[in-house]
Design a protein around this ligand. Structure first.
Ligand code: ZN
Length: 229
């Protein structure tokens, strides 16, 4: 969100119908504004928007969830902001993607509930989002020979997934790490609460995915540096 004039501001909304759009909020910076409560970070609701001459204009709306409890917990706030920044920087204006919106909403509800380890939530979000953007890492079979019985191997950015030990001498993944990669590929967010996990493996996969995301998207995520979970 950014200030537009003394009283107006422009916010970015991720919508189901149009994807990401910039919307002018007239008078949103006045204390008596009717739309102020709709323009805070994380707000989710139904927005009535009209198309102005140069841009969309917010007329009114109804909040479903403002997720404002995230603002009272620094770690959750940073992670929530990271989710928004990642989606903002990796999607195009007016490119509709209902699956990304669904991923964001589910992730924010879980983040707010506090029932899932935050590092685990971040790793799973990273994997799901990069997949929805069209760069699903191949973690089921070797990207060279198609072998699925992989005990250890190399996670290669260049090849887009795991290379088995028959096809390379290099190695950066053991059996448990490959298993974890496969679990987060297939798991639904709703099932995360039941997942047994190993902190060390999560950190390792997070590191590999961060590198993978940089390789394919070349975006700098500023909030990444503030996450300390
Ligand atoms: Zn192979």
């Amino acid at each position: 969100m950014r200030n537009y004039s003394d009283y107006d501001k422009i916010i970015t909304i991720f919508t189901d119908k149009f994807g990401k759009i910039d919307v002018l909020c007239n008078g949103a910076r006045k204390t008596k504004s009717k739309v102020l409560h709709l323009t805070q970070q994380f707000c989710f609701g139904e927005y009535i928007i009209s198309k102005g001459k140069d841009m969309y204009i917010l007329n009114s709306g109804a909040l479903n969830n403002s997720f404002q409890t995230l603002l009272t917990d620094y770690e959750k706030l940073m992670l929530g902001t990271y989710f928004l920044e990642f989606i903002d920087k990796s999607t195009e204006i007016e490119s509709k993607n209902i699956y990304i919106l669904a991923l964001l909403l589910k992730t924010l509800y879980i983040l707010e509930s506090g029932v899932v380890n935050l590092k685990l939530l971040k790793v799973v979000f990273d994997f799901k989002l990069i997949s929805l953007l069209g760069y699903t890492p191949q973690v089921i079979k070797c990207v060279i020979c198609g072998n699925i019985n992989i005990n250890n191997g190399l996670f290669s950015n260049e090849h887009g997934g795991i290379i088995c030990s028959n096809c390379t001498n290099k190695k950066n993944l053991d059996n448990n790490e490959i298993k974890f990669f496969r679990i987060i590929r297939n798991i639904k967010l709703e099932e995360l609460v039941k997942l047994n996990y190993d902190e060390k493996i999560i950190r390792k996969i997070e590191y590999l995915l961060k590198d993978y995301i940089n390789y394919y998207l070349s975006i700098k995520l500023n909030t990444q540096d503030f996450i300390n979970i």
